[in-house]
Design a protein around this ligand. Structure first.
Ligand code: SAH
Length: 311
């Protein structure tokens, strides 16, 4: 690996194998992060290959520009991967892409730099946006969100059992003073949480929930999956690494739906090719080895699923 590792790439070899890289192929890395997967893809590409990388985060874009500015095979785009089809259209690669990689979630620099506002361990501005140039920060959302909506977000995206109690503590606290700091929010949640899980900070689930909501992570993932099929060439690979059960469920159900194909009412005459799905599932879900988890605890919950476009 090269010099860029402020984020340790997860399931690196497995993801590269899954993409089945052809030296002259065209690939899209939907989540550049700090370029761990991009670098490995470029290593496998010959001079005629191409890699388009995407990231929402301006810091990731800056890192990509610095690292690969000399590499003519590489382009970086600042956007959400939900728009992968639009980007592919602009780059004139619809139906020509040999592999699309999604390595969802947050990067280590996002989590570790207190200024980004994702960390419940350090004090920093309560932001949590992957792209701070768009949308609303967590602080501003928490300032006006209705208590019931907060309960729903904590329950749905954090699977937090104590969503009601935590939302109530947050709303009471914000009436006393605005909640603008990550540590301040973590402390309110810690006080509200009556039963701490082992090896888990009591604010973990709530922070995950707010982060997923603020960045519309699940909607973007669903949109990216749906939009990626037309972008892929025949036999093109889709490789998706997810980090929690909510994401993995979306990926699993999407692949299942596309493998099965359209469901027609019984008795309706349909041609065989109309019934065929657009994807074939490749292998089983892949999880990191014990060794990887020992070196990189953030790989702990990762799951890689792979599919191939049929025609
Ligand atoms: N594979 C990368 C790490 C990716 S971390 C590496 O090895 O370095 C996940 C990255 O995805 C983050 O940089 C985050 O900003 C980005 N991201 C998350 N959701 C996104 C979305 N909807 N569109 C574009 N980028 C997104």
């Amino acid at each position: 690996m090269g010099s860029l590792q402020t984020h340790k790439p997860v399931l690196l070899n497995e993801a590269i194998d899954a993409l089945n890289i052809k030296p002259d192929g065209i690939y899209i890395d939907c989540t550049y992060g700090r370029g761990g997967h991009s670098e490995a893809i470029l290593e496998k590409l010959g001079p005629a290959g191409k890699l388009i990388a995407i990231d929402k985060d301006p810091e990731a874009i800056k890192a990509a520009e610095e690292t690969f500015k000399e590499d003519k095979r590489f382009t970086i785009v600042h956007d959400s991967y939900a728009h992968v089809d639009k980007l592919a259209e602009v780059k004139n690669v619809i139906g020509k892409v040999d592999g699309i990689l999604i390595d969802s979630g947050v990067s280590s620099p996002q989590l570790d730099e207190a200024q980004r506002g994702f960390s419940f361990l350090q004090s920093g501005p309560l932001d949590m946006r992957m792209d701070p140039t768009q949308g609303e920060s967590a602080a501003s959302w928490i300032e006006h969100v209705k208590e019931e909506e907060l309960v729903t977000v904590l329950k749905t995206y954090g699977e937090e059992r104590f969503a009601k109690r935590i939302a109530n503590f947050i709303v009471k606290a914000r009436d006393d003073a605005p909640i603008t700091d990550t540590k301040q929010l973590a402390e309110i949640i810690t006080k509200a949480n009556p039963k701490w899980e082992r090896h888990k900070h009591p604010a973990t689930r709530s922070f995950q929930a707010i982060r997923i909501f603020i960045n519309s992570e699940l909607d973007d993932l669903q949109a990216c999956l749906e939009n990626s099929i037309d972008v892929l060439a025949k036999n093109g690979r889709l490789a998706v690494i997810s980090f929690h059960s909510l994401e993995d469920r979306i990926v699993k159900q999407f692949i299942r739906k596309e493998v099965r194909g359209k469901v027609f009412p019984v008795g309706l005459p349909v041609k065989a090719d109309e019934m065929q799905g657009r994807l074939r599932s490749v292998g089983k879900a892949i999880k990191p080895s014990e060794e990887e988890i020992a070196h990189n605890p953030r790989a702990r919950s990762a799951v890689l699923r792979v599919a191939e476009k049929l025609s």
